[in-house]
Write a protein that binds this ligand. Structure first.
Ligand SMILES: [Zn+2]
Length: 256
């Protein structure tokens, strides 16, 4: 409803954004500076300042946790979603856990309030492309570039200037090119060790069991907060988080 009433300005923003992307695709990082000048309002200016200079990070795919050998990285993909993201945020808050949210650009653009809530709660953002094309590794570099940079921009705008710190290719469809591009923009390529398969709704017990069985593979665990009914995901997190704490794990972020 709110989006429809604001349709006109939304459209004009999209046109402006498309122009900005053209500039970015040229390989020049002048967009943030231009955005700051074009939008003279104070909040935008400060947001732009915060998001300004991306520092390059390593190009290899990260799995380790900054919380050390008993650290676990909770990662939440494909949102934000108005129904499920608030529920996931509530569970994370209940157990004092910080997570990494791999957002689809268009979802972030549609729900900037949720992106801001994720950031305000101390979680980190991750670029999960615009179209979630799990075969993007078969597409030309120009396509990959657009998918990654457009989503980066959409997420950063939605957050009010907080940049995604990671890049996770949909379905793990990384290429050397996409890893290098993301890393040059300060987004560490992010893998996972435990695929809970929550997306397939195997049942809460199965999701919980997968985490317990596969955590020895590595610390980065994959969940989803969009793409269908995520009741099982929310319930699984409610069981997994206190259980892992009890077993002496702590929660952290993927290394950069
Ligand atoms: Zn995904």
């Amino acid at each position: 409803m709110a989006r429809r009433s604001g349709g006109q300005s939304w459209n004009s923003r999209v046109v402006g954004a498309a122009l900005a992307v053209t500039v970015l695709a040229g390989g020049v990082s002048v967009w943030t500076a231009q955005a700051g000048e074009a939008n003279g309002t104070a909040p935008r200016a400060s947001a732009t300042a915060r998001g300004k200079v991306p520092k390059a990070v390593a190009v290899s795919i990260a799995h380790a946790s900054d919380a050390g050998p008993r650290g676990v990285n909770i990662t939440i993909d494909d949102g934000p979603d108005p129904e499920w993201t608030p529920q996931v945020l509530a569970v994370l808050k209940e157990y004092g856990v910080k997570a990494t949210f791999c957002m689809v650009g268009t979802q972030a653009q549609a729900h900037p309030d949720l992106v801001k809530k994720v950031v305000a709660a101390g979680h980190r953002l991750c670029d999960h492309t615009v179209s979630h094309n799990t075969a993007m590794d078969k597409r030309p570099d120009a396509y990959q570039s657009q998918e990654i940079l457009d989503a980066e921009r959409m997420i950063t705008e939605a957050s009010g200037g907080v940049r995604p710190m990671y890049y996770r290719a949909p379905g793990g469809a990384f290429t050397p090119y996409s890893r290098k591009l993301a890393a040059s923009r300060g987004m560490r390529p992010l893998g996972w060790n435990v695929d809970t398969k929550d997306f397939e709704r195997p049942g809460t017990a199965a999701i919980v069991a997968t985490v317990e069985q596969e955590l020895p593979n590595g610390p980065t665990v994959l969940f989803h907060d969009a793409g269908g009914d995520r009741t099982q995901t929310v319930e699984a997190l409610r069981q997994v988080l206190p259980e892992l704490k009890k077993k002496g794990y702590s929660f952290g972020f993927p290394v950069r």
